[in-house]
Each structure stands twice: as structure tokens, then as C-alpha cells.
Design a protein around this ligand. Structure first.
Ligand SMILES: [Mg+2]
Length: 368
């Protein structure tokens, strides 16, 4: 198919509660959506870059600029575009994986809608629903944390993940473990620790955690190897895993025994499937991370998480975890699970009224 136009939409979606990680606090989600208009129909992709470059080097204004000035013109200039050719067409741009993922997903959505197949079918998913976990931000007090976790347990979530940072780790984890009993529990440090903290992190072993996620900076594979050898809790890389080759290297060197897969971080769902496959071959379980996606991104994540080697619950929460109202039909938890959309493409539709109501500015339309 040919790409006739690329539209860039920006919306601000108020969060039901501020989300705090070791990097800071967010009260609204500033979302960039990409719509491609093609000779075969339209498709949507969501960019997961955050408003500020504090979680990753990418941030939403930067993603918008790189799509506008480099990625969209490259797609518009190509005679023939398919999801499988997007990475090659955009490969001349270094990095900017979240921006590339949004563009590739929009093309994949248009292509699979035209072919009448769902994302789940395209990825080779083998389940019709996925187990859901929930990611819980840093609270202002342990009491507040316990109240929030208790609410999620009541909603049926099958796994709790706590964000931790120095000064907010052992005691909150202990309190939550006491509250939830045997329910699966894991922690995410978002790179907040250093090699000097290895002994301290070993104190988490007594809580029987599923894993500890990304305690050290993303470039530092070596300290994760040292930690993996020093503690019992499995170490899981997130930010470090930027493609399938890095995943293979980190696994073979003993830095990670579980992998968090985020399509935005690895440049798109096609690469995410390759990361899944590499991990499956090596017997390493994976799970699907989350980036506060709207229904557009959530639909694709749920389809990805339905692949065979996604054996741990993902951060694929219901829409209501983040938003009072979603941009698409809402994702609702049933018995701790989300149904994998079955319609063609992502299987969800962007609500034109919501898109207009929450728009930060009129859409930008780029044509050949
Ligand atoms: Mg993480």
C-alpha cells in the first residue's frame, strides 16, 4: 500500500490519580497519536514517550518533531509500504524507537484491518485473554499505599508491582507482602540504585518476589550481572532491553533471567515479537510492560501479551487504572484478565468525540 497522509494528534488525558516513580510525578498523560491514511484504509498508533525526557531520552515533543521532519517524509516518499518494511525505511534515523514504534504500529493497524486479521492473529498469539497485573506508584505514606493496593486486589488484579527507590523499598514491600499474602508481588526500581546498594537489595529476598526490575542505569549490564549472582530474587531488565540482540546478550551474560517487553522501547511490535522469540528459545519468561497507554496502545499490548512465552502477568491493567474515560472502548478486567481484541487490526476504534474534546491542538497533517 501507499501512505497518502500522516496525521499527528496530541491529547491530554487526566489521570485518575497522579503516577509517581523514582523519576517524578505525572498528573495527566500527554499522548501523541499517529494516524496513517493509506490506499488500503487508515490505521492508528500511539507513541509511549512521556512528556519529559526523565524516564527515557525520548519525550513527546521530540517524538513529534522526529516523525514530522524525518519519519513521515520517508514513509510518504516510499512507493510501497508494509509493516514489515517500515523499520528498514526508517532505519536511517538513529534511535527514536518510541517514535518509530508509533509509526510502524499505525501502518500495521492499516494493513491488518485491510487484511481482516487481528493483531493477535498477526503476532501468533495463542490465548483469548491475558492475566493482568497492576503497577503501583510511590505513595506519600505506607497507609496510603496499602489502601491503594487493597483496592487493586479487590478489583481482581493477579499481580502487584511496586515502584521502589532508595528510602522507599524494604518497609513498603514488607507491608504490602503482609497485606496481600501469597499474591504474586514484584518491584521496579527504574534505575534508582547503584552498585553500593547490592547488599541492601539482597534484603528483598525474604519477601519471595517474582522479580526486581531494572535497579541500575540502562547502560550498566555488568552491575546487573553482579546483582543476579548475589541475590535470590530474579533480576529483570526493562530499560536496558532495546532490541532482540541486547536481550540475547543480557541473558547469555547472566544479567537478566526474566525480560520485560515494551514495544515502544524496542522500536515496535515486530521487534517485540523478535525479543519474545529470542527469550522463548532460551527458556526465559517474558511479560508485557506498560507506559500509561490509552486504549489504542493497550489493545496492541494485550494482543502481544497473549503470545505463548508471556507467562507472567503484565502491566496490562484495565483502562480505569489510569483514566476515568478512555480514548477507545474501555478495557475492563474480568476475573483479573483482559480479553484480547478480536476485531481486525488493533480491534479498537478511536472515539472522534474524545479525540476532539481532549485535543491539545489541531492535528498536523503531512502529505507527500
Ligand atoms: Mg519498569
Amino acid at each position: 500500500m501507499r501512505i497518502l497522509a500522516v496525521e499527528l494528534h496530541r491529547v491530554a488525558m487526566p489521570l485518575v490519580r497522579p503516577f509517581e516513580t523514582s523519576f517524578g510525578r505525572q498528573t495527566a498523560r500527554d499522548v501523541l497519536l499517529v494516524r496513517v491514511r493509506t490506499t488500503d484504509g487508515d490505521g492508528w498508533g500511539e507513541c509511549v514517550a512521556m512528556a519529559d525526557p526523565v524516564y527515557s531520552s525520548e519525550y513527546v515533543d521530540g517524538s513529534e518533531a522526529v516523525i514530522r521532519h524525518y519519519l513521515a517524509p520517508a514513509l510518504l516518499a516510499a512507493q510501497e509500504v508494509g509493516a514489515e518494511s517500515v523499520a528498514g525505511l526508517l532505519g536511517f534515523v538513529v534511535g527514536h524507537r518510541m517514535a518509530k514504534a508509533a509509526v510502524e504500529t499505525a501502518v500495521l493497524d492499516a494493513q491488518t484491518r485491510a487484511e481482516g486479521i487481528s493483531f493477535g492473529e498477526y503476532f501468533g498469539a495463542d490465548r483469548d485473554a491475558v492475566d493482568c497485573g497492576v503497577s503501583v506508584g510511590i505513595s506519600s505514606s505506607i497507609d496510603e499505599l496499602l489502601a491503594e493496593v487493597d483496592g487493586y486486589v479487590g478489583e481482581g488484579y493477579r499481580r502487584i508491582k511496586l515502584k521502589i527507590k532508595p528510602g522507599w523499598d524494604i518497609e513498603p514491600v514488607r507491608a504490602v507482602r503482609e497485606l496481600i499474602g501469597e499474591l504474586p508481588l514484584q518491584v521496579d526500581a527504574n534505575t534508582a540504585y547503584t552498585r553500593a546498594d547490592i547488599e541492601h537489595l539482597g534484603r528483598l529476598d525474604e519477601f519471595g518476589l517474582l522479580l526486581i526490575e531494572q535497579p541500575f542505569v540502562e547502560e550498566d549490564i555488568l552491575t546487573h550481572i553482579v546483582l543476579s549472582a548475589a541475590i535470590e530474587t530474579p533480576v529483570c531488565l526493562d530499560e536496558s532491553i532495546v532490541n532482540a540482540e541486547v536481550a540475547l546478550d543480557a541473558i547469555e551474560r547472566g544479567a537478566t533471567s526474566v525480560v520485560n517487553i515494551k514495544a515502544g522501547r524496542v522500536g515496535g511490535y515486530l521487534e517485540a515479537v523478535r525479543v519474545h522469540d529470542v527469550c522463548a528459545e532460551l527458556g526465559v519468561p517474558v511479560w508485557c510492560g506498560g507506559m500509561l497507554e490509552t486504549g489504542v496502545g493497550r489493545a496492541a499490548n494485550v494482543a502481544l501479551a497473549a503470545m505463548a512465552n508471556f507467562t507472567l502477568p503484565g502491566d496490562t491493567s484495565g483502562s480505569s487504572r489510569y483514566f476515568a474515560e478512555d480514548l477507545t472502548e474501555p478495557f475492563e478486567l474480568v476475573d483479573g484478565r483482559l480479553a484480547v481484541p478480536t476485531g481486525a487490526g488493533s480491534g479498537v476504534d478511536v472515539r472522534a468525540d474524545a479525540l476532539a474534546d481532549w485535543a491539545l491542538r489541531p492535528p498536523i497533517t503531512l502529505t507527500a
